[in-house]
Each structure stands twice: as structure tokens, then as C-alpha cells.
Design a protein around this ligand. Structure first.
Ligand SMILES: Cc1cc2nc3c(=O)[nH]c(=O)nc-3n(C[C@H](O)[C@H](O)[C@H](O)COP(=O)(O)O)c2cc1C
Length: 383
């Protein structure tokens, strides 16, 4: 094992409030379309538990709806009922048993609710979906403007209804705490409810929740304050932003200002994604390069003075380590590359040379791998 001073930052613990993450590898929230009536089940146990077996320091739930109508699809997990707590508790207990921490992403889809699961198209439900038994429901937004032509027309939320949603986030946070989650994140990205209030493209209201940037930020900050009050003080709170909304309405300066306001409300880490206002965030057919969103995390951290999490095409340990060493972010979230390799963290540790004896691995794997590494003789490559 390397000396502590040469230990990669990626595998150096990080304490935020009273929670110590064993390393800085985070499994990004990823919806899986396996829930029924919002309940987590064996699929979520195995799927999320696998990342904890793979020694990520923090494993995120998928975006989990604080209201039934706030689901993106009818197959998303939810936390709108006390009955949702126990199945999540089972998942969290397993994650803890593997030495990792667990985070819940609290979400409300807003006008992007009632859509197709990604593998079925990721767009609005159509006649074939209804024929298959998929169901739509009333969706809500800042105005009656849909995401794009062909998407559901949302009902405009009244001020009183906005208050109810703020409360739903706070109650969701209490339930996440009861389920044992260590960290909770407010999903303010990808064009969902909060993001649709932030951007002037989707928020053309002229009341206290629209207008200038302060008005458009109001719902985000009210939700954050309510969640912070409901969520135990010793546990960290994250907030996911779309640093750019993807439609030229909300920019990086706005994100830095929002991050500073979030910090004042008690947010510990801003999770820096982007896009999604007028379509899907991850399926957009635009060219992307490794680390394309790292500059957003860097701006939040270095201009905004708030801890940040970088996400987006971070593919290997060396790349992740460089992001941390160069001071661009405090945490590294891995999404699709963890689907490709659920043991991403362990392989990154091998790549960075900080686990030569397989000591980080689950003992019942590592013991064998270490012996194998000592005895393995590879045939010489053919000349
Ligand atoms: C299958 C899948 C599901 C996703 N679900 C969510 C989600 O529930 N909440 C969220 O904020 N982002 C979601 N995302 C976005 C990821 O968290 C991540 O930000 C994105 O995939 C970029 O990181 P990557 O290049 O490492 O995959 C999802 C992405 C994928 C691939």
C-alpha cells in the first residue's frame, strides 16, 4: 500500500458534516425503471448493492419522486408514502454493510412527468405506449408551456400548490432519513420541476416565482431551506444543477450565483450536470468529450466557493484523479461507466496503484485475486 501522502485523492476519505465518505467515487443517480408504485425492490438491492460491493464511496438512489405525479415514468422509485421507507432501508443497510454511504436524490419531474422509459424512447407517451398499458397523469409546471411540441400540456402551479410541493420535498427528506440514507440531494437539474422554474425559457410567470433571477430561484431556495430543516443537521445536503440549461436561458454565472445562495441555505455540495430543459439530458445527440462538464464544477468550486461534484464522461481513475488534483471538484460522480463496470472504483484503485494487494476488495474476492496475481504466469505473446 502506498504511503498516505502519495495516496490518490480519489481514495482519500472526505468528511462532510458528520459523514465520512471512504473515498471520493460517487455512483451518480440513475433511474432504472424497475419500481412498482414507487417501491424499491430486489432489483434496486442488487443494482445499487453491486456498486457498494465495487467499493464506490457513495451510492446514489435514482431520482426518487416526492409526489406520485412527480415521477418521470410510472416505473420510478418514490418516497411519497411512509410505506416506501422499509424497502429502501433494506437497500441502505446492505450498502452500509459493504462500507459505503448511501444518498437519496429527491426529485419532482414537473412538466417532464409521465414519459416513456429511456429504452422505450425517452419522449412523451404515444398511442403505442397507451396500447401497451402505460398511463399518463396530469403534470404540472411553472406555466402551461410544454417541454416541446407533442409533450403533455402542464397545469400551471398556483402559489399554494408550490407550497405543497415544498412541503412534499421536506417530508421526503424525513423519510429518506428514516430509511437510513446518509446524504440527500435535491434534484434541480435536467429540466425537471425546479430546473423549469430556474430558466427564463420555461418560466415566464410574472408572480413571485418568476420574473428576475431571484424570483426564478425562489422555489429552489424554498425547497432547499425546507429540506435542510427536515434533514438532520449532521447529514450533508447536495443539490444537482444543470449548470447550463441547454437552451441559452440559464448560464454559468447564474449557476455560480445559485450555488452561493444554496450554500447560505445549508447546501454542502453542488452536483454539476447540464442540459435537459427542452428534451432529455443524456440522450441529446450532441458531441461530447471526456469531462465536458468539469468546467462547471470548477466554476462552482473556485468562483462560487462551494464544494462541487463533477459528473459527465469521467471514464477512468487517472482522469478522475486529475480533476481532483487540479482543484476542479471535491467528488467524482460516475454514471454510465459504472453501468459498464460496476466495480469501477476497484479498477480505478488498481489503475492508480493504491491497492496492489487487492485489500480494498470484498475479502472473499480479494484473497483469491491477490494469490492469483502472485502465481499467474502469462504466456509470451507470439512474435
Ligand atoms: C441510465 C441513466 C439514468 C439516469 N437517471 C438519472 C437520475 O435519476 N437523476 C439524475 O440526476 N441524473 C440521471 N442520469 C444522469 C447521470 O446521473 C449522469 O449525470 C450522466 O449519465 C452523465 O454522467 P456519465 O457520463 O458518467 O454517465 C441518468 C443517466 C443514465 C445513463
Amino acid at each position: 500500500m502506498s504511503a498516505p501522502e502519495s495516496r490518490p485523492l480519489l481514495f482519500t476519505p472526505l468528511t462532510i458534516r458528520s459523514v465520512t465518505l471512504p473515498n471520493r467515487v460517487v455512483i451518480s443517480p440513475m433511474v432504472q425503471y424497475h419500481a412498482k408504485d414507487g417501491f424499491a425492490n430486489d432489483f434496486h438491492l442488487v443494482h445499487l448493492g453491486g456498486f457498494a460491493r465495487g467499493r464506490a464511496g457513495l451510492v446514489f438512489s435514482e431520482g426518487t419522486a416526492v409526489e406520485a405525479r412527480g415521477r418521470v415514468t410510472e416505473l420510478d422509485t418514490g418516497i411519497w408514502d411512509d410505506a416506501h421507507i422499509a424497502p429502501f432501508r433494506r437497500v441502505v443497510d446492505f450498502i452500509h454493510g459493504e462500507g459505503a454511504k448511501a444518498a437519496m436524490q429527491l426529485a419532482h419531474a414537473g412538466r417532464k412527468g409521465a414519459t416513456q422509459p429511456a429504452p422505450e424512447g425517452n419522449g412523451p407517451l404515444n398511442a403505442q405506449d397507451f396500447a401497451k398499458g402505460r398511463k399518463a397523469w396530469e403534470v404540472v409546471g411553472p406555466t402551461t408551456e410544454p417541454v416541446a411540441p407533442g409533450w403533455l400540456i402542464p397545469r400551471q402551479l398556483s402559489v399554494a400548490e408550490i407550497g405543497d410541493i415544498v412541503t412534499a420535498f421536506a417530508i421526503g427528506a424525513k423519510r429518506a432519513d428514516a430509511a437510513g440514507f446518509d446524504i440527500c440531494e435535491v434534484h434541480g437539474a435536467h429540466g425537471y420541476l425546479i430546473a423549469s422554474f430556474l430558466s427564463p425559457i420555461s418560466n415566464t410567470r410574472n408572480d413571485a416565482y418568476g420574473g428576475d433571477r431571484a424570483g426564478r430561484m425562489r422555489i429552489a431556495l424554498e425547497i432547499t431551506r425546507a429540506v435542510r430543516a427536515a434533514w438532520p443537521q449532521h447529514k450533508p445536503l447536495f443539490f444537482r444543477v444543470s449548470a447550463l440549461d441547454g437552451a441559452d436561458g440559464w448560464n454559468l454565472d447564474d449557476t455560480v450565483a445559485l450555488s452561493q445562495a444554496l450554500k447560505e441555505c445549508g447546501v454542502d455540495v453542488v452536483d454539476c450536470s447540464s442540459g435537459g430543459l427542452t428534451g432529455t439530458a443524456t440522450a441529446a445527440p450532441i458531441p461530447r468529450y471526456p469531462g465536458f462538464q468539469v468546467p462547471f464544477a470548477s466554476a462552482v468550486r473556485n468562483q462560487g466557493g462551494v464544494k462541487s461534484m463533477a459528473v459527465g464522461l469521467i471514464l477512468d481513475g487517472r482522469q478522475a484523479e486529475a480533476v481532483l488534483r487540479d482543484g476542479h471538484a471535491d467528488l467524482i460522480a460516475v454514471g454510465r461507466q459504472a453501468l459498464y463496470d460496476p466495480f469501477w472504483a476497484l479498477h480505478a484503485a488498481q489503475e492508480l496503484g493504491c491497492d496492489p494487494g487487492f485489500a480494498m476488495w470484498p475479502a472473499e474476492y480479494g484473497w483469491w485475486l491477490e494469490k492469483r496475481s502472485k502465481t499467474l504466469v502469462l504466456p509470451k505473446a507470439a512474435e
